[in-house]
Design a protein around this ligand. Sequence first.
Ligand SMILES: [Zn+2]
Length: 69
Amino acid sequence: MWSLAQVRNRLILSARMVIADHWPRPGRRDWCPICHCSWMCEPTVIAYAYLRLVGQHQWIPPGSRPSDT
Ligand SMILES: [Zn+2]
């Protein structure tokens, strides 16, 4: 059985995966390539809402800053 810390870590990793998947690609900073809508899309908002609960809402995908274009 998973401990609470393990569950928490998995949820954090899942939220990070969602954010990374839906992160805008270089050259299209305000656009979600998955949802095809303006970013931040709803999955990103939900994932960040969770990360905020655990104090990790400052996280962004490595190498994926919109300013890195
Ligand atoms: Zn999206």
